[in-house]
Structures are given as C-alpha cells and as structure tokens.
Design a protein around this ligand. Sequence first.
Ligand SMILES: [Zn+2]
Length: 141
Amino acid sequence: MIKFSLVCHEGHEFEAWFRSGAAYEAQSARAQVACPHCGSHTVDKAIMAPAVAKRTEAVPASGPRTQPTQQQYRFLRRLRDEIHAKTEYVGGRFAEEARKIHFNEAEQRGIYGEATADEGKDLAEDGIPFLPVPRLPEDLN
Ligand SMILES: [Zn+2]
C-alpha cells in the first residue's frame, strides 16, 4: 500500500491509500479519485509516503517499557532493603528453593534471589507466590 498526499485543483489537500503507484495512475486516469472536500476529479499527487512511515506513527499494543519514576524508585529501594533485611538470599537457586518451601520440603522462610523468565513462569503456573522486583540501576553495577 502506498499513501499519496493529493491536492485538488481547488487546493484542498487530502490523503488516500492505493495498492500501488500504478493503481493510483489508473484510478486517476479514469477519474475515480475524487477530492473529499469538493468532489473534484482534477487531482494531483503532492508528496508520496510509503506505508512504512505510517507504521511508526502507530502506538504499539504493548508499548515500550517506561522507566520507573523517582517516586517508584524510592518505593522499590525501600522494598528491596526490607527484602534484604528480612529474607535469605538464595541467588540463582530462587525457583528451586521457592518450590521446596511451597511444598514443605524446606524450612518455611522468606527468600530472595534471581530467577529466569521461564522459571518465573513455571512458579506462577504452579501457584507458588513470589514477587518480581525490577532491578534498580545501582543493582546492575
Ligand atoms: Zn477539492
């Protein structure tokens, strides 16, 4: 699809989509392209924009991840400090330990650590409660 910016002999500008440049030429030659403002068939191309340009204007359904605000960072830091103070760090064994605790195969306690996206998904599917906490910038150092 190609979008043409068109202008009629009265100077009205409008946009229309065509399957191709040739399709526009054919429809224009048969006077099938009409100005939506005055109905004039004396229409010329103004500027041509490829369909790709349209796509960048669209807002994606799942928008880009936005950065947390300063207030959210403060909350996350407090949350992280609380977690660090009250729970045991189990590192990469988080998913394994969380599962053991859930099924009473290990001591009941609070833990924190790292889990992959797949591990997190498995925990959620097994109904094991956990809280994903976003990494803070200083944690990435
Ligand atoms: Zn017009």
